[in-house]
Design a protein around this ligand. Sequence first.
Ligand SMILES: Nc1ncnc2c1ncn2[C@@H]1O[C@H](COP(=O)(O)OP(=O)(O)O)[C@@H](O)[C@H]1O
Ligand SMILES: [Mg+2]
Length: 257
Amino acid sequence: MNAIPAPILLMENISVDFDGFFALTNITLSLTPGDLRIVIGPNGAGKSTLCDTIIGRVRPTAGKITFKDKLITDLPEQEIVRLGICRKFQTPGVLPTLTVFENLLVSAQKDRSWWRSFTRSSRVTEILRAEEIMMQIGLQERRDVFAADLAHGEKQWLEIGMVVATDADLLLLDEPTAGMGPQDTQRTAKLILSLLGRHAVLVIDHDMSFVEALNGYVTVLHQGQILKEGSVAEIRADPEVSAVYLGRSDDDHIIET
Ligand SMILES: Nc1ncnc2c1ncn2[C@@H]1O[C@H](COP(=O)(O)OP(=O)(O)O)[C@@H](O)[C@H]1O
Ligand SMILES: [Mg+2]
């Protein structure tokens, strides 16, 4: 018997109204533990608002959000983070005056209270975890480089590593390939695929080559609504999706046919 696993995240009929402007309308979306969801859509479609709503930064005007069977719709952001959701923003948020390793170690620190410095075993666990993630993001040779001196792609990978180091069960990645060339974009896709299983990942992006490399289930947002959902191949072949993109000169690069 193939039991369908309970979703880790369930958004039901979510709407967000910014003073009369509906940034999201009636969004229903669920994500299985350890699974991947890709959200695409033109600028202004509501993608970042979707992340903001999940993490409690924006309050929905209707609908409910459940995470690990707990209703989180009205919880404060810190509480939602504590329950195991971590978000990476569009611009890298690394600490520039710390090294690659130090950035990871700070993020891996679970207990920040003063007496934690007396618990050596937790410190060792954190160091080992930071080392492990440094390998996973491929920056082991950049271990002692200050984050400020990293290349753009490296900063993005470090920030993904920092999100991973929190050990959150759900990672929200908002445009992790922004400003990257094709090679770095492909490497980012590999990195994200390596996170699945241990983490569920909701990733937002524009770049179709990246979406194809990820090859997961896609939700297409348009004007705050779900326009289409399906495999990458289904989305690519959909005339309505093409029309939404092809009608916009600023997003011409998204679906190249
Ligand atoms: N705090 C806000 N107040 C009013 N309008 C907002 C706010 N945040 C976003 N919007 C509007 O909501 C729409 C969706 O924005 P956003 O979620 O950032 O889109 P995307 O990430 O898909 O580009 C845009 O039209 C944007 O201007
Ligand atoms: Mg956005």
